[in-house]
Design a protein around this ligand. Structure first.
Ligand code: NDP
Length: 450
């Protein structure tokens, strides 16, 4: 695209699709942003003149590599490793690693693209990146996971560094995997440094990092609810997923007086009419983090409803907090949620609502917090982990939690500033996209043709 062509949204998207074929999730993520930015760019043509849109959708660097490893039977296995270094205009690349069989280039590009805006919204100096592999940790022994992580890091280490690119966890990459990855980095690079976040507390991790995404999403939803004089107290809450984000979402909702009735995994969902209390949540954490079992076992243990191969969105709830994966709420599910009285959807996962579902939430004017704003608490506390590593000290739980709450409030304010319509309705999608864009775009302008 030439500097003087100023393509309209359709032409821009047609060219993006032609240049990046077979990457529907990436197209979806970019389309949402260009739709939000259209009016803003017309009013601020300097960004169009400088080709910011054309540049911001093009990763600065994409690394794809072979990851060979030996399974417990002594057989050779090969997976594909990726790291997308999307944008470093406001800081080193920062974003998680995903280990899941569905991982491919397009999914990681969508996640890296979203990450650029999300990191900008946190107000911390972090660029955007994302990486991972099509490796499936499910059903693998600890030793197999360790050998895979060591092989993955044996290539990745040369591309990352505490001032270059700082990966973290995502789906399939939790404390266990970060530990193995960090151990191998330290061994090769011969330095103890903050090159990964989400580390264990005894080797440079931050308090509240495991909780941060789930807590942060609840704090963001709370800010949205306040604008309507509402709160979590007495509300019925639907949560999907049962991993890191879902678990700490449930913990915070319980603390604020809400009742969570659902959780899920890729095999189905559970419905617990009595609500998941602290004791049952402890069991979920054991089931998922230690036993590495399926959510169905919760239903078997407590004698409650389990629905195989379905998602929880047809159940009745006041608030929905999707916390599993992308495109897990479709149009029909969105319509059902709204007609069942749901007043607030806040995305713990990245892009869990399809484009059509988002349109329903916006048309019906419910409170809708898009992932790049609502789940930014995870990367925000990763940023705080980096700061603590640089200063060689550890903040208390209270200190980190206070900072997290302030960051989520500030993201909410930014979204309101850029997303408030004349009618008074706050379109948090536009707010997050424009608010996240401005800082990165201004830095790109200042840095010239890079
Ligand atoms: P985990 O691996 O800890 O948990 C993921 C959960 O989602 C599991 O219950 C998993 O079920 C389920 N899931 C994964 N893929 C699918 C699928 N295709 N269909 C249905 N269910 C699925 O990951 P996290 O909790 O860390 O991540 C959840 C979401 O939050 C992701 O979208 C991630 O990008 C996003 N996120 C995470 C952050 C973090 O700090 N961890 C930060 C910001 C966003 P199963 O076990 O069966 O696979």
């Amino acid at each position: 695209m030439s500097r003087t062509s100023y393509p309209d949204t359709n032409a821009f998207m047609a060219e993006l699709k032609a240049k990046n074929p077979s990457e529907p999730e990436f197209h979806q993520a970019v389309h949402e942003v260009v739709m939000s930015l259209d009016h803003f760019l017309n009013e601020n043509p300097k960004y169009r003149y400088a080709g910011i849109l054309e540049r911001i959708v093009e990763p600065e660097r994409m690394i794809i590599f072979r990851v060979p490893w030996i399974n417990d039977k002594g057989e050779m296995r090969v997976n594909r490793g990726f790291r997308i270094e999307m944008n470093s205009a406001i800081g080193p690349y920062k974003g998680g690693l995903r280990f899941h069989p569905t991982v491919n280039l397009g999914i990681l590009k969508f996640l890296a693209f979203e990450q650029v805006f999300k990191n900008s919204l946190t107000t911390l100096p972090m660029g955007g990146g994302k990486g991972g592999s099509d490796f499936d940790p499910k059903g693998k022994s600890d030793n197999e996971v360790m050998r895979f992580c060591q092989s993955y890091m044996t290539e990745l280490y040369r591309h990352i560094g505490p001032n270059t690119d700082i990966p973290a966890g995502d789906i399939g990459v939790g404390g266990r995997e970060i530990g193995y990855l960090y151990g191998q980095y330290k061994r090769i690079a011969n330095e103890f440094t903050g090159v990964l976040t989400g580390k264990g507390l005894i080797y440079g991790g931050s308090l509240i990092r495991p909780e941060a995404t789930g807590y942060g999403n609840v704090y963001f939803a709370q800010e949205m609810l306040k604008t309507k004089g509402e709160s979590f107290k007495g509300k019925t809450v639907l949560v999907s997923g049962s991993g890191n984000v879902a678990q700490y979402t449930v913990e915070k909702v319980i603390e604020l007086g809400g009742k969570v009735v659902t959780l899920s995994d890729s095999s189905g969902y559970i419905y617990d009419q009595e609500g998941i209390d602290a004791e049952k949540l402890k069991y979920v954490m054991y089931l998922k983090n230690t036993k590495r079992g399926r959510i169905k076992e919760y239903a078997d243990k407590y004698g409650i409803k389990y629905v195989e191969n379905e998602r929880p969105w047809l159940e009745k709830g006041d608030i929905a907090l999707p916390s599993a994966t992308q495109n897990e709420i479709n149009e029909i599910e969105a319509i059902t949620l709204v007609s069942n009285g749901c007043i607030c959807v806040s995305e713990g996962a990245n892009m869990p609502s399809t484009h059509e579902a988002v349109q329903i939430f916006l048309d019906k004017a419910i409170l809708f917090g898009p992932g790049k704003a609502a789940n930014a608490g995870g990367v925000a506390v990763s940023g705080l982990e980096m700061t603590q590593n640089s200063m060689r000290l550890s903040w208390t739980r209270q200190e980190v939690d206070n900072r997290l709450q302030n960051i989520m409030k500030s993201i909410h304010e930014t979204c309101t500033k850029y997303g408030k319509k004349e009618s008074g309705f706050v379109n948090y999608v536009d707010g997050a996209n424009i608010g996240g864009f401005v800082k990165v775009a201004d830095a790109m302008l200042a840095q010239g043709a890079v």
